[in-house]
Write a protein that binds this ligand. Sequence first.
Ligand code: VGL
Ligand code: ZN
Length: 210
Amino acid sequence: MTRKFGKKDALIIVDLQNDFCEDGVFALKGGSAIVEPINNAAKQFENVILTQDWHPSGHSSFASSYQDKEDFSYVEMSYGTQPLWPEHCVMGTWGADFHPDLDTTVAQMIIRKGFRPEIDSYSAFFENDRKTTTGLSACLKEKGITRLFFCGIATDFCVAWSALDSIALGFETILFEDLSIGIDLDGSLDEKRSKMKEQGVAIEKYSNFS
Ligand code: VGL
Ligand code: ZN
């Protein structure tokens, strides 16, 4: 079989998990709709990597871990301002599982993130303190992978943070925006889209990409 993408390319499918899709706590619209197109795209890649948001219960990014905080409010952490989320992707629960229709068999690697209680982790490369590494960059570089394509959830959080780190780490970086959906908290979608463009992330439609 000839694939569209080569040895130096990888598709990184971010957080395509139940809690971000229609039946989960975030209940984002459009989660289920991107699963089949992502499965088809993944068949065109030799290198496919999944990320999985994977929190212990009582995680510091959950509003419920504080006395008087509401979902989608903010708190100051040692590493900066952190939005507080509903309890989601608790390790080992249904919400943390990948969407049941996602073809996970093609993935070479699953990067779990957010498992340290005191620190959130959006990017596939670094936790939110921007220092603790997941090891993904070294792993990709050792394999000779130079071009990374991102899709999944959420465009304005885990996907954007991953794509921005990817560019900063020297990978050619492409976002498939038609294979991604966002949360859009207080204008975060526009903000992250501009930032990605400014930093050199190519924002493309998989359906047009050749
Ligand atoms: C995400 C908020 C909290 C994401 C993860 O996958 O974008 N967003 N945890
Ligand atoms: Zn999370």
